[in-house]
Design a protein around this ligand. Structure first.
Ligand SMILES: [Zn+2]
Length: 111
């Protein structure tokens, strides 16, 4: 799970994405994986725990890609009027990781 690179506090992906919703043209950026990853890596996030700022490239890119997929997979994942993320991204990511591990276990057991 994503952690603040400065204080180590766990970060909420929904909150991180909400910080990005202030970007110009974010609605279009969120539809394009390459543009999203580029914007994400260069974006300056602010840790809600220690208040320090850091670039998105300090966070796990694999999780960011998964977040991109989740946001595009679910219709209405973002409440544009209130600039809020409706999905519980951290729970979904945790579930996804669990399923992947389970999948690996099952595959390994097969002869
Ligand atoms: Zn912090």
């Amino acid at each position: 799970m994503a952690k603040c690179p400065l204080c180590g506090a766990p970060l909420d992906w929904a909150e991180l994405i909400e910080q990005m919703l202030a970007l110009d043209g974010i609605e279009e950026i969120l539809k394009d994986r390459d543009r999203f990853m580029e914007a994400f890596e260069g974006f300056v996030f602010k840790c809600p725990h220690c208040g320090e700022e850091f670039y998105g490239r300090n966070l796990p890119a694999k999780e960011a890609e998964k977040v991109f997929e989740l946001l595009n997979e679910f219709k209405g994942s973002i409440d544009w009027e209130n600039r809020k993320v409706r999905l519980r991204l951290n729970s979904l990511l945790a579930l996804d990781t669990m399923l992947e591990q389970w999948d690996r276990k099952v595959t390994q057991k097969r002869p």
